[in-house]
Every structure is written in structure tokens, then in C-alpha cells.
Design a protein around this ligand. Structure first.
Ligand code: ATP
Ligand code: MG
Length: 372
């Protein structure tokens, strides 16, 4: 993966994850990353490595579920020539390859008990002994980051995971919530993926109708960020001329959340911009309290602010003076414009001027870069 990865997101949860990454990067403590499949555990592991003092040394990833138990020990610790039938020469293990760097043990919950004991022994003394070696063991300097989408507590209860190993690994615990519990991250992630895929496929970046946008925001994303990424790529590749409507969205996104919980239906997900707009236009609150303050406190993203401005320009047909009126700050017209310009949220008015009166049919697209 490229060096430019970062933990993209606008939610409080994403912010917390980023803070935990920053904290973890400052030490050598072991990290356990948990979360559903596709939430970004590997991204977090990579960021910790890159940001840490070990960033220039290798990050070696081991998928514990992908390697048969019989091979895992030799892969990890290396082996000596002749130690088993196919061992034609001495081999360096993953731990040695990661010397001065980081070892990322993915799907740690799948590890067999015998492998767990080997790992535990290594964690106690930092020494490795190649399989079949008579020699003195060597010391390696690696930082361990592990991840799992399993509930390790359940596996401990059933005797499948060693509790002492769990405590060794769980020095810093980073739990990444599923995407449906941090919906504010959907827009910036989508924005990010649309940008990278339209660049890599040399395609125009697609625009979305309001309904299509709402549908993407309301989807439960059971496959989390990975699913969102795949959908974004498909939309870029398949985009025809014009605007993506709900009819163009993949079926998996259209089948809305099926929730037996009645409170979930009482709280439909609405874009932040829409809620803020209503607070100003219906409740008469001012732009400075409703938008400016949360924006400066980073509770509101640039993309939300642009969305809000876009919506207001659609209604006023590109008239910023009327936007100031709508936002209940008519006397602060200049200050409002300066603020929008300073944060690159001042949108050009031409496209809104060209729109016929029924502005509700105006196309909406996701904003350009978010919060960079
Ligand atoms: N916050 C994020 N910012 C940028 N990209 C992300 C983010 N979260 C996830 N991704 C992308 O989503 C995809 C899935 O993320 P990742 O592989 O880290 O998930 P995972 O939790 O390790 O999943 P699994 O449990 O299935 O291994 C990757 O392509 C990753 O680059
Ligand atoms: Mg993973």
C-alpha cells in the first residue's frame, strides 16, 4: 500500500482512533487492534508502523489464518537446512526479517495453541531459535502489533486462546467501530475513494443525485470500508455521462438497513448539512453558532460545510447576499465570505445561476478534497 495512507474520517470515533495511533507510535508497546472485517485494522497497523521510529525498517505482515500451523513456526522463526524434508537451505524467519521494524500478526485469534506458546515464549525473551537449530538463539528487536475480528474473550472462555498471551498483546487496545456506527465517515471516505479511483482509472469523477447520496449515507455497510471502497471503484469505472442516480447504485447498497430495533427507524440518518440548514432556516439560529463553532472545533468537516453552502446557493440561485440572509447573518455578509474563502468553502456561483427555478432537481456531487 502507498505511503500516503492515513486514517480518513470525520467522526469522533475516527478522531479517537487517530489519537490512539499517534500515542501508539510514540512507544514500542504491543498493540491489539480489534474490529469487524473491513473496518481498517490493517490501515491502523500500517500507520502505527510508519509514524513510529521504526518506520524506515520493514513492516512484516503475517496472516495467522492463512498459514497452516505446521508451517507457521518455521515461517516465523526460520529454519535450518535439513530440519525437515523440504528444507533445502537455511531460511530467515519473519521475525528476523522484521528486525528493528514491526511485525503485524493479523487474525491472531486463529492461531493454534501450540503456536500461541511459541509466540509467548518469544515475547518473554525476544529470542528466536530457527527450527532445527542447535545454535544459541538470536535476539531480535521487533515491535508487535496484532489484529483480530474475533472476540478474544469468547475464545479465552472456550480455551482456544491463552489468557496470558492475551494480556501480553493487549497493552494498547485500539477498537475500530463498524462504519454504520460512525456514519460521518462515509462521505469523506467516499470522497477519498472516488478521487483515487478516478485518478487511477483516468475517468471523470462521478456526480451524485441527492437521492443517491442519501442512499449511500443510509446504507449499513456490513462489509465496512472495504465494501464502500469497492462500490466507489465500480461507480467510477461504470460512470456514464451525467449524474449517478439511485438506479445506478449496486443492489447491495439499495437494500436499506433491516433493523428490528424501532428506535433505529425513528432516527433516519440525515446529512449534517441538512440538519444545520434546518436549524438556521427553521429555528432562526445564526451561522456563527450553528456552523462556525462546530467547524472550528473540528466537529464539522469541510465537506459538510461545502454541502451546506452548495445547498444554500441552490436555493438562492447563486446569490451569496441571500445566503447570508438565510443563515441569519445579513450584516456579516463580508465576514461570512471571508470565512468561506479562508477554508476553501466558497463555491463558484455559475452552476447555480444556470439552474432553472426548480432547484430541488439540482445535481449534487460530493465535494472536492476533504479536511486536508
Ligand atoms: N480510515 C481509512 N482510511 C483510508 N482507507 C481505509 C480506512 N479504513 C479502511 N480503509 C481501506 O478499506 C479497506 C479495508 O481496510 P483493512 O484491510 O485495513 O480492513 P481490516 O479491518 O484489516 O479487514 P479484515 O478484518 O477483513 O482483514 C482497505 O482497502 C483500506 O485501505
Ligand atoms: Mg485485515
Amino acid at each position: 500500500m502507498s505511503n500516503q495512507i492515513r486514517f480518513i474520517g470525520a467522526s469522533r470515533a475516527a478522531q479517537l482512533v487517530q489519537e490512539e495511533i499517534d500515542d501508539a507510535s510514540r512507544s514500542d508497546a504491543k498493540v491489539l487492534i480489534t474490529g469487524e472485517s473491513g473496518v481498517g485494522k490493517e490501515v491502523v497497523a500500517q500507520l502505527i508502523h510508519q509514524q513510529s521510529r521504526r518506520g524506515r525498517a520493514p513492516l512484516v505482515t503475517i496472516n495467522c489464518a492463512g498459514v497452516p500451523d505446521s508451517l507457521l513456526a518455521t515461517e516465523m522463526f526460520g529454519h535450518m537446512r535439513g530440519s525437515f524434508t523440504d528444507a533445502h537451505r537455511d531460511t530467515t524467519g519473519w521475525l528476523e526479517k522484521a528486525h528493528r521494524g514491526t511485525i503485524f500478526m493479523d487474525e491472531i485469534g486463529e492461531m493454534s495453541l501450540s503456536m500461541q506458546s511459541l509466540l509467548l515464549r518469544f515475547l518473554e525473551n525476544g529470542e528466536i531459535q530457527r527450527v532445527g537449530s542447535e545454535r544459541q538463539s538470536t535476539q531480535v528487536d521487533v515491535r508487535l502489533v496484532a489484529a483480530t475480528n474475533r472476540r478474544l474473550a469468547d475464545r479465552i472462555a472456550t480455551g482456544e486462546f491463552r489468557e496470558d498471551l492475551f494480556y501480553r498483546l493487549n497493552v494498547i487496545h485500539i477498537d475500530i467501530p463498524p462504519l454504520r456506527e460512525r456514519r460521518e465517515d462515509i462521505a469523506p471516505l467516499l470522497d477519498h475513494f472516488l478521487r483515487i479511483f478516478s485518478q487511477s482509472h483516468s475517468m471523470e469523477r462521478p456526480m451524485f443525485s441527492q437521492e443517491a447520496t442519501e442512499q449511500l449515507m443510509a446504507c449499513d455497510w456490513p462489509g465496512n470500508v472495504r465494501q464502500l471502497r469497492n462500490v466507489a471503484e465500480r461507480l467510477v469505472v461504470r460512470a456514464r455521462q451525467g449524474i449517478i442516480t439511485t438506479a445506478d447504485l449496486p443492489r447491495e447498497v439499495l437494500s436499506g438497513p433491516v433493523s428490528p430495533n424501532p428506535s433505529a427507524t425513528l432516527a433516519p440518518t440525515r446529512a449534517p448539512a441538512e440538519i444545520l440548514f434546518e436549524r438556521m432556516v427553521r429555528n432562526g439560529e445564526t451561522f456563527w453558532t450553528v456552523v462556525y463553532e462546530p467547524f472550528m472545533a473540528r466537529d464539522l468537516t469541510r465537506s459538510d460545510l461545502r454541502e451546506l453552502v452548495r445547498h444554500a446557493l441552490g436555493i438562492t440561485r447563486g446569490n451569496y447576499k441571500n445566503v447570508a440572509q438565510l443563515f441569519n447573518v445579513p450584516a456579516d455578509y463580508k465576514r461570512l465570505l471571508n470565512f468561506l474563502r479562508k477554508y476553501q468553502c466558497h463555491l463558484p456561483i455559475q452552476e447555480f445561476r444556470a439552474i432553472p427555478v426548480e432547484h430541488s432537481a439540482a445535481p449534487r456531487s460530493f465535494p472536492e478534497a476533504v479536511g486536508e
